[in-house]
Design a protein around this ligand. Structure first.
Ligand code: PMP
Ligand code: GLU
Length: 403
């Protein structure tokens, strides 16, 4: 057989969508490499470096010889720190046997989906949703049932909508609060009314993705698992990427019913053997250390949130939401559909994202990737200067559209 022979790929990978966030970030890097002055508001990644004391803890761990495999669900020291953090910050009571540390919250979610879902099962995903939920769930053969709430509902799904979407095959609900891509935050009352519905269906579990917990501009973060009716039905997902600016350390975790934690451990025992040892040591330290750097980052994001709202609101055709957390803004841009600069007509958010990349050199992500074909996502994890420059260029590019 010649070396040039191409082998067929699996149906699984052929049917999987590429991650739109990661694709846009790569397009932005490619354009930059060609010498263009691109401002990247596509990837949801803190622009801050990891706080120094956490980096020091990792260096110390390396020097102490933390260079080997750890127990698959994570170092006991880290699981104990997570147990205490759940209690301290969330009012959640998970034992160490209910906690599994993984290579990012992304892997945590994959472990859960692979452990709980079979072909024919249904997964309700609150929409707009983070790009990877749908693809991870689909990979298991399950059917994704998006339940959509538009800007008029502040992108928050209601309990009535959830109840209407539940069928005898529904196994899992996945949502994030604070939400990627909308920045919306569910209140205790909103979550309780959803919990009351969930409690009625015995085999229904909920993945509450709380990875943006520390980037919350409301008074308090509410963990879904604290609502008594759903305490044993909730898998709380969290991680270090956002609140501690540790994306590259690849650390996420779950608190879950013990049997789900055991299944996740079995799954990752075959896939990755667990997360990096020195990352885990530093993370254990981070959870017990002074949280001031995280709160300082939150205040910078809050200031930037106000800035992007103010600047985007001045652009005709862009209807701006008022995010309460995370570092994204998710305006409805359908007011620009049908318009053209004479060369390109904007039919949808994919077109708009492409138009802005090529004419304004600003990278964004089309809302279509998040289940919202009226919207565009901007990450405001960027400096004030770059945000002003980017939105100024967007305003000019939009002003050229007619029709
Ligand atoms: N959930 C949400 C809502 C996210 O935005 C991200 C960011 N990538 C993740 C999970 C995964 O984070 P990580 O794998 O870096 O922990
Ligand atoms: N969560 C980030 C985003 O939505 C990082 C990229 C990814 O993992 O999808 O942009």
């Amino acid at each position: 057989m010649s070396e040039a022979t191409t082998y067929p790929l699996s149906r699984r990978i052929m049917e999987m969508e590429e991650s739109a966030t990661i694709r846009m970030a790569q397009l932005a890097r490619d354009l930059k490499a060609k010498g263009h002055d691109v401002i990247d508001l596509s990837l949801g990644e803190p622009d801050f470096d990891t706080p120094v004391h956490i980096k020091e803890a990792a260096k110390k761990a390396l020097d102490e010889g933390y260079t080997k495999y750890t127990p698959v669900p994570g170092l006991m020291e880290l699981r104990e720190a997570i147990r205490d953090k759940f209690k301290r910050d969330n009012g959640l009571d998970y034992g160490v046997n209910q906690i599994v540390v993984s290579n990012g919250a992304k892997q945590s979610i994959a472990n859960i989906c692979l452990s709980l879902l079979d072909e024919g099962d249904e997964v309700i995903i609150f929409s707009p949703y983070w790009v990877s939920y749908a693809e991870i769930a689909k990979m298991t053969g399950a059917t994704v049932v998006p339940v959509y709430a538009g800007i008029e509902l502040d992108y928050k799904v209601t309990a009535q909508q959830v109840e209407r979407a539940i069928t005898p095959r529904t196994r899992l609900i996945i949502f994030s609060s604070p939400c990627n891509p909308t920045g919306s935050v569910y209140s205790y009352e909103e979550l309780t009314s959803i919990a009351e519905i969930v409690a009625k269906y015995e085999h229904l579990y909920v993945v509450a993705d709380e990875i943006y917990e520390y980037i919350n501009f409301t008074d308090k973060h509410v963990s879904f698992g604290t609502i008594p009716q759903v305490k044993d039905r909730t898998i709380t997902v969290n991680g270090f990427s956002k609140g501690f600016a540790m994306t590259g350390w690849r650390l996420g975790y779950i608190g879950a019913p013990a049997w789900i934690a055991a299944a996740s451990t079995k799954m990752q025992g075959q896939f990755t053997s667990g997360a990096a040892s020195f990352s885990q040591k530093a993370a254990a330290y981070a959870l017990r250390a002074d949280m001031t750097p995280s709160w300082e980052m939150r205040e910078v994001y809050r200031h930037r949130r106000d800035l992007v709202i103010e600047l985007l609101e001045q652009i005709p055709g862009i209807k701006v939401n008022h995010p309460q957390g995370a570092f994204y803004i998710f305006p409805d841009v359908s007011g620009l559909f049908g318009k053209s600069d004479g060369q390109m007509t904007i039919h949808n958010p994919d077109d708009l994202s492409e138009y802005l990349l090529h004419t304004a050199h600003v990278a964004t992500v089309s809302g279509a990737a998040f289940g919202a074909d009226h919207c565009l996502r901007f990450s405001y994890a960027a400096s004030d200067e770059n945000l002003r420059k980017a939105i100024g260029r967007i305003a000019e590019a939009v002003a050229r559209l007619r029709g």
